[in-house]
Write a protein that binds this ligand. Sequence first.
Ligand SMILES: Nc1ncnc2c1ncn2[C@@H]1O[C@H](COP(=O)(O)OP(=O)(O)O)[C@@H](O)[C@H]1O
Ligand SMILES: [Mg+2]
Length: 367
Amino acid sequence: MAQVKVSRINKYFKNICAVGDVSLEAQDGEFLILVGPSGCGKTTLLRIIAGLEEPDSGEIWVGDKLVNDISPRDRDVAMVFQNYALYPHMSVFDNMAFGLKMRKVAKTEIQSRVKETAQLLGLQSLLGRRPKQLSGGQRQRVALGRAIVRNAQVFLMDEPLSNLDAKLRVQTRAELIKLHRRLGVTTIYVTHDQTEAMTMGERIAVLKDGLLQQVDDPITLYRHPVNQFVAGFIGSPTMNFLPVVVQNRDGGVYIEGKGINLRLPEEFASKVKHLEGKPSAFGIRPQDLYHHARSPISAAADNSARLMVDVVEPTGDDMHVYLLAEDTPIVANLPAEASVEVGQPLEVVFDMEKSHLFEPDTEKTIF
Ligand SMILES: Nc1ncnc2c1ncn2[C@@H]1O[C@H](COP(=O)(O)OP(=O)(O)O)[C@@H](O)[C@H]1O
Ligand SMILES: [Mg+2]
């Protein structure tokens, strides 16, 4: 096993910055998630670690070895690709054995390693089949098996579940986590899906436009995002962002926007003195809004707003209620039993302790 460390990695394609000065470390045995929207540089960064792409600058360390000048096959790193990249004309056995044959591993050793891995992944009965005779989930396991047989120090996984249907994806996520616990191999796992990131990761690194935004555990990312991008990217439904102005009056600090006028808790009020009178972005998660009759926080004039119910989407346990503060849309996650009527106003309580405000210019989180 080994830790992986990249230090100040830069990679440009012409004038597009695919990876911008990224430094990141996966501890020995860690399952680190790399998440961000499509095009943010996830694949490029993984390929740089695997040695399939050369960075313009920066260092790549695997264990205590600087591997910049070491060829991909000698890096002791195994990559699982998004499209599986299986050889269509080879059997499952040969697909899994291929990398070992290339490395001139003895035949009997190949036999036993492939068999052992097939057993681990439940592929024993499929070893004679071709990829096209397999389901998506089985192909995904073969791709994984091909990485596992190599006994590599590090696994790099590039959206390995994105070709599976929703149900299988959830099931396979859990299997991957169990497998990681069992093998303990340092893994960097790439996904564009924040739900997948939140459910799988011990630590999550968020990328945007090639730049690392924040590296933290799921709860910290959710509760204390460093900027408006992370705040909006993590969590579902997305955090509400409302244009507001900070106002000092009646001995308190208020945020005023269309249809809302809310008092900030003392500990937040002291942080926004420099914003008095300036337009800013206010953030509140759909989960931190309450129906007045079911609110754990008592409703008062300075923590609630009368919003128009526009659309209601039941999801089973709860519902997504699309509200309007004049013409500004706000989504609330309310329990399915809450009484809500489309076209009628609803008194909504804001859990101000969980609210956020972002710097107008930099979009950095103030609270
Ligand atoms: N070989 C390449 N040539 C030119 N541009 C590339 C190449 N590979 C990636 N890019 C660009 O670099 C950026 C990051 O791409 P990528 O790493 O594939 O993102 P992700 O995996 O997060 O979707 C994108 O803007 C993409 O278009
Ligand atoms: Mg990609």
